[in-house]
Design a protein around this ligand. Structure first.
Ligand SMILES: Nc1ncnc2c1ncn2[C@@H]1O[C@H](COP(=O)(O)OP(=O)(O)OP(=O)(O)O)[C@@H](O)[C@H]1O
Ligand SMILES: [Mg+2]
Length: 137
């Protein structure tokens, strides 16, 4: 496992500054792995939804109902599967004591256009190439 302390610290800092952070990158660059490392700092206060899982999708059938009571960190992986979730995130981002949201997705055009509102932020993970990952192992 290649340690990525700078990426982890960077994402944690973004989450401390704004309620919604999007981590976008091509497939297999390590988004999910990085999110799990970021989430370790939140202990038990982590909810992880993989929107490629039908079970997790079912849990989010009514996103406001599912997400509103959550605190701590909420990770929404493969969010390009449900871009319609962003209006809910915009509402929840304005709640003072709500959760922090880390949304992960491949950089689909829809996702890059997604509007998470003024208090949300989008940052792109500089894509670490697989060749580089393999070379430094
Ligand atoms: N820091 C790392 N060091 C070594 N291997 C890593 C690291 N991060 C990810 N990997 C490996 O790279 C592969 C892809 O990682 P991961 O699933 O986190 O990427 P992803 O961007 O979420 O991919 P996808 O878009 O398919 O969901 C996995 O096999 C994982 O074990
Ligand atoms: Mg992933």
């Amino acid at each position: 496992m290649i340690e990525r302390p700078h990426h982890v610290a960077w994402v944690r800092r973004l989450l401390s500054e704004q309620p919604v952070v999007a981590l976008l990158g091509a497939r297999q660059v390590g988004k999910t792995t990085l999110a799990r490392q970021v989430a370790q700092a939140y202990g038990d206060g982590v909810a992880f939804f993989d929107l490629e899982s039908s079970r997790d999708l079912a849990k989010l059938a009514d996103p406001m109902l599912a997400l509103e009571p959550l605190r701590g960190l909420v990770v929404l992986d493969e969010v390009q599967r449900r871009p319609d979730i962003f209006p809910t995130l915009r509402v929840l981002a304005d709640r003072r004591r709500g959760a922090r949201f880390l949304v992960l997705g491949s950089a689909s055009p829809e996702l890059l256009r997604a509007d998470v509102g003024d208090s949300g932020g989008t940052d792109r993970l500089p894509p670490p190439r697989r060749a580089v990952l393999a070379g430094s192992r």
